[in-house]
Design a protein around this ligand. Structure first.
Ligand code: TRH
Length: 370
C-alpha cells in the first residue's frame, strides 16, 4: 500500500491524438476523469476537441482551454507552450507523438513518461508491460499495456460502477430505455430480447438481419446514431435507431440490453462490466492483425462453443456461418450458459485492481526508484 501523500502530489498530463472514431478520445477521457476523481491534477491535451465533445456535451469546441469535470482540457497548440508537470506524469496515449517543444522539457521537469498502449489479450503485451524505452533526449519512456490479467496494466473501472449497474438492473427496463433514448417502449415486453448494435460498417449486417428476424421471441435491435443499410423490421425483428448518448450514460444503454454487439476497446470493456453476453467486433486492420487480437481474447475467455463461433463469424473469419452461429448461440440452453459466463467473467475481472489503481502504483514505484 503506498502512502497517500506519495501520490497525492502527482499531476498528470494526458495526450490524445484522435485517429478516427471515438475510442482514442473515449479512453483518454475516462482515464482523465478517473484520475481527477481521485484528487489528482489532470490536464488532457487533445488534437480533435470536436470528437471528444460528442462524448462530453459540456465541452465547448470554441474554447482552446477549459475545465470540465475537474479536468483541464486543452488544445495541442496550447500544449506546445505548456510545461510538463514537475515530478509528475506524462501519459502519451496510443503512441501519439508529443509536441516537440513539450517533449524537450520532460527531462528538465523530471516527469515520468508513460506510453499507454492499446488494450490487448495477446501474451506478448504482458512481457512488454512496464518496460523502459530510453529516448535520445535522455528521458526514459515506459510502456504501459492495459489487459485482462493481474500481470497487465488492468482495465478502466471506476469505483461504484457495478453497484450502479445492479441498481439499474433492478429498475423497470422500459422506463430506463425510454428515459435514455426517447423510444416509445410501451410495446417492449419482458420476453423481448434487446440487442445493442454498435458496429463498424464491415459487419455482416444482412446475416444478422436474417438471423434475428427468424427468432421465436421478439427482438429489438437498438442502433446508436442511425440504422445501417440493410437492417429493417422483419418477422420477430424491430430495428430502432437511438441517439448517440453522452459517454457518462453509455453504460446505461448497455444495461438495458440483453446482448451487446460492441466494437473498439472502450465499449468492449464497458460491455464486460455490464455482465451481459457480448459480441466484440475489433477495429479492422488491413494486415488482419485484429484477428490475432481476437484469437488471443477468445483464448482467455470462458465462452460456449456457440458464442465463440459467433465472435469469429462476426469478425469475418467465417461470415457465412453467422446466421447459424446466432441461431445456436441464442438457443435456450446455450443462451443461459452464455449469460452465466458473462456474469462470471465480469466478477473475475472486477476482483482485480482497476487500471488507475495499478497505474498509480506503477508511477509511485518509478518515482521512488528515480
Ligand atoms: O469508436 P470506436 O470504434 O473507437 C475505435 C477504437 O477505440 C479502436 O481501438 C481505435 O483504434 C480506433 O477507435 C481509432 O470504439 P470504442 O473504443 O468502443 O469507442 C467508442 C466510444 O464511444 C466509447 O467511449 C463509448 C462511446 N459512446 C458513447 O459515449 N455514446 C454512445 O452512444 C456510443 C454508441 C458510444
Amino acid at each position: 500500500m503506498t502512502a497517500p501523500g506519495a501520490t497525492a502530489r502527482l499531476a498528470f498530463d494526458v495526450f490524445c491524438q484522435v485517429i478516427d472514431n471515438y475510442g482514442d478520445a473515449g479512453v483518454c477521457w475516462r482515464l482523465a476523469r478517473q484520475l481527477a476523481s481521485r484528487g489528482y491534477a489532470v490536464r488532457l491535451w487533445i488534437d480533435r476537441l470536436s470528437t471528444l465533445a460528442q462524448l462530453v456535451p459540456a465541452l465547448d469546441v470554441r474554447l482552446s482551454g477549459q475545465r470540465v469535470d475537474s479536468v483541464h482540457v486543452g488544445s495541442w497548440a496550447e500544449a506546445c507552450q505548456a510545461m510538463p508537470p514537475r515530478h509528475g506524469v506524462v501519459l502519451e496515449a496510443f503512441g501519439c507523438t508529443l509536441p516537440v517543444p513539450y517533449q524537450a522539457r520532460i527531462v528538465t521537469q523530471d516527469s515520468l513518461w508513460v506510453n499507454l498502449e492499446y488494450l490487448s489479450a495477446e501474451t506478448w503485451t504482458a512481457r512488454c508491460h512496464g518496460l523502459p524505452s530510453p529516448q535520445a533526449s535522455g528521458a526514459i519512456k515506459y510502456f504501459y499495456f492495459p489487459g485482462f490479467t493481474p500481470a497487465s496494466g488492468g482495465l478502466l473501472r471506476e469505483s461504484g460502477l457495478l453497484a450502479r449497474r445492479d441498481r439499474a438492473h433492478r429498475q423497470d427496463r422500459r422506463q430506463r430505455l425510454h428515459a435514455l433514448t426517447g423510444l416509445d417502449t410501451s410495446e417492449l415486453t419482458p420476453q423481448t430480447r434487446c440487442v445493442l448494435l454498435f458496429a463498424y460498417p464491415q459487419a455482416p449486417m444482412a446475416s444478422l438481419q436474417a438471423a434475428l428476424s427468424q427468432q421465436a421471441e421478439p427482438v429489438w435491435l437498438l442502433v446508436p446514431g442511425g440504422t445501417p443499410q440493410g437492417l429493417h423490421d422483419e418477422g420477430s425483428l424491430r430495428v430502432h435507431a437511438i441517439p448517440f448518448v453522452p459517454q457518462a450514460r453509455f453504460d446505461e444503454v448497455l444495461w438495458c440490453c440483453d446482448l451487446n454487439f460492441v466494437r473498439g476497446e472502450d465499449s468492449l470493456v464497458r460491455a464486460i462490466w455490464a455482465a451481459r453476453p457480448l459480441v466484440w467486433q475489433l477495429y479492422p486492420q488491413t494486415d488482419q492483425a485484429h484477428l490475432a487480437k481476437l484469437r488471443a481474447w477468445l483464448d482467455i475467455l470462458p465462452l460456449t462453443p456457440e458464442a465463440t463461433q459467433l465472435q469469429n463469424a462476426w469478425n469475418g473469419r467465417h461470415p457465412g456461418e453467422l446466421v447459424e452461429a446466432v441461431r445456436q448461440a441464442l438457443r435456450p440452453a446455450a443462451w443461459q450458459a452464455w449469460q452465466l459466463q458473462a456474469q462470471r467473467h465480469c466478477k473475475a475481472l472486477a476482483a482485480q485492481d482497476d487500471l488507475v489503481t495499478r497505474l498509480l502504483a506503477f508511477c509511485v514505484q518509478h518515482r521512488e526508484t528515480r
